[in-house]
Design a protein around this ligand. Structure first.
Ligand code: CP
Ligand code: NVA
Length: 331
């Protein structure tokens, strides 16, 4: 059946079929090639989109802006500090207003219900640029990057996420892997595994049973064996800074080191990370935490800069995959 995503919101990969995700990945590969070869595409001429950010961003904001501009669309950026959003105006009213102005809305913030409400009330496609429980555009970029670097189909790929297995990236990975028939391991402490949402896990299992995916949660380092990708993320996500002492205590054994990479027994195992990352003390946050006695680095600088690390391809692919989502939904 032909895939048609026109007018559809992109709130979570759980709303997309494997063939729709395949379509977006193929489109992203094509759009990257167009850019490389200097082919003008511009299917969003005359469209305008708005980007709403209640949390900070470098990659996601720039990826949306560059993707939209390269395709010919106009872009407006709003954050909570410079708009009425959330303080003087409800999300419902904001959505109804923005839906009259724009062809699509990107949202980054806290509650997943906000992106759902924006989609419900605006009447235009809404794209999830990260919430507390999901980061679907990041997974598209990650899948694209794996396809560029691993010479086997996605359904033969094993991804091990090491660290805060209850965060937005870990859930997003579960969804992506379940949909694409992959092997996903959330490798982290039992204390954090106990915090996972059982209802969500049941839904993921249903999808995995259908696609042939394997979704595991483990604190046993044996699970690293045979990984094609080791994935890391910060130990305390945006808004969780108070958790740093407890997370450092729980997650230090899950820091990605060269020994952890070697435990995969796969010399070609990729290291991936959504970024931003604490891998040295060149940031204010890592430095100040260290002064308080907390080493918050989730990966060593050595692994971060190793030949197996494909971080900056991954970052670049945010733009190509977000462009694919824009073109597919409002093009
Ligand atoms: N990976 C990612 O979403 O980065 P930003 O927070 O910079 O957007
Ligand atoms: N888990 C991280 C991802 C950042 C892209 C956060 O939410 O801060």
């Amino acid at each position: 059946m032909a895939v048609n995503l026109k007018g559809k919101s992109f709130l979570t990969l759980m709303d997309f079929s494997p063939s729709e995700i395949r379509y977006l990945l193929d489109l992203a590969h094509d759009l990257k090639e167009y850019k490389r070869s200097g082919t003008i595409h511009q299917v969003l001429k005359g469209k305008t989109i708005v980007l709403l950010f209640e949390k900070t961003s470098t990659r996601t904001r720039c990826a949306f802006e560059v993707a939209a501009m390269e395709e010919g669309a106009g872009v407006t950026f709003l954050d909570s500090g410079s708009s009425q959003m959330g303080k003087k105006e409800s999300m419902e009213d904001t959505a109804k207003v923005l839906g009259r102005f724009f062809d699509g809305i990107e949202y980054r913030g806290y509650d997943q219900k906000v992106v759902e409400d924006l989609a419900k009330f605006s009447g235009v496609p809404v794209w999830n640029g990260l919430t507390d429980v999901d980061h679907p555009t990041q997974i598209l970029a990650d899948l694209m990057t794996i396809e560029e670097h691993v010479s086997k189909p996605l359904n033969k790929v094993k991804v091990v996420f090491s660290g805060d297995i209850r965060n937005n990236m870990s859930y997003a990975w579960m969804y992506g892997c379940a949909k694409m028939g992959m092997h996903y391991v959330a490798y982290g402490p039992d204390e954090l595994a106990a915090q996972l949402d059982q209802e969500v896990l049941a839904k993921v299992k249903e999808v995995a049973d259908y696609t042939g995916a394997t979704i595991e949660i483990s604190s046993n380092p044996e699970c690293l064996k045979g990984a094609d990708v080791i994935y890391a993320d910060v130990w305390a996500s945006m808004g969780e800074e108070a958790e740093i002492p407890e997370r450092v205590r729980l997650l230090t054994p899950y820091k990605v080191t060269k020994e952890l990479m070697a435990s995969t027994e796969n010399p070609d195992c990729l290291f991936m990370h959504c970024l931003p990352s604490f891998h040295d003390f060149e940031t204010k946050v890592a430095k100040e935490a260290m002064e308080r006695g907390y080493d918050i680095r989730e990966v060593t600088d050595e692994v971060f800069r190793s030949k197996n690390s494909v971080l900056f391809d991954e970052a670049e692919n945010r733009m190509h995959t977000i462009k694919a989502v824009l073109v597919a939904t409002i093009g």
